[in-house]
Each structure stands twice: as structure tokens, then as C-alpha cells.
Design a binder for this molecule. Structure first.
Ligand code: SF4
Length: 98
């Protein structure tokens, strides 16, 4: 899945694509969800969330993805193996420790 457009659709990832990748977003090239339908990571029910989280559990950029979502306060979807509710909890916990 491409939550953010990192390449032209159906284009192979090339070195020029990597060079034009916005700084700090290079991890998206290794996302396990690349190419998946967006709806898979923006599920409308709990079983969909669990399916997405199972993919995230095997993703090599899980921590980068989670930090990106937290940093950008992304409210919707599963990011970095965390549901919307889990990300809110993480942000709350972090705010409490600052
Ligand atoms: S952790 Fe999940 S949502 Fe994030 S890039 Fe990997 S598969 Fe996609």
C-alpha cells in the first residue's frame, strides 16, 4: 500500500525515484504494504484492523512507520502495527512523560 505517493503508479522503484523521495520518507520504499489496496490499511472494523496489523508485524520498517504516523499526528488507519486507538494512547503516554 502506498499511503503517500512515493512513485508513479505501476512504476518500478528506480534510483531516480529514491533520489526524489522526500527526506525522511525513504523507509516507505521498503513498506510491506506497498501495492496493497489502501482500504486494507484503513479498515472499518476490528477484523480489518487485525489483518492489517498482521502484515505490519512482518514489515521491516514498522518502527519508522509508527514514528512517522505519530510525528504527523495521522489519525486514521493502521500505521506501524498500531491502530488509531493505540496511537492515541502512545501519544498520551508520551505527553505525560514530557
Ligand atoms: S508497518 Fe504496516 S503500515 Fe507501516 S509500512 Fe509496514 S506494513 Fe505498511
Amino acid at each position: 500500500m502506498q499511503k503517500q505517493s512515493v512513485t508513479n503508479s505501476n512504476a518500478d522503484v528506480t534510483s531516480s525515484t529514491v533520489e526524489t523521495m522526500p527526506e525522511g520518507m525513504e523507509w516507505m520504499l521498503d513498506a510491506k504494504c506497498r501495492g496493497a489496496a489502501a482500504i486494507e490499511f484503513f479498515p472499518s472494523d476490528g477484523s480489518g484492523v487485525e489483518r492489517a496489523m498482521r502484515v505490519c508485524a512482518t514489515c521491516s520498517v514498522q518502527s519508522e512507520c509508527l514514528e512517522y504516523a505519530l510525528e504527523h499526528r495521522i489519525e486514521h488507519g493502521v500505521w506501524g502495527g498500531a491502530s488509531e486507538r493505540e496511537r492515541r494512547r502512545i501519544l498520551k503516554r508520551r505527553a505525560a512523560t514530557v
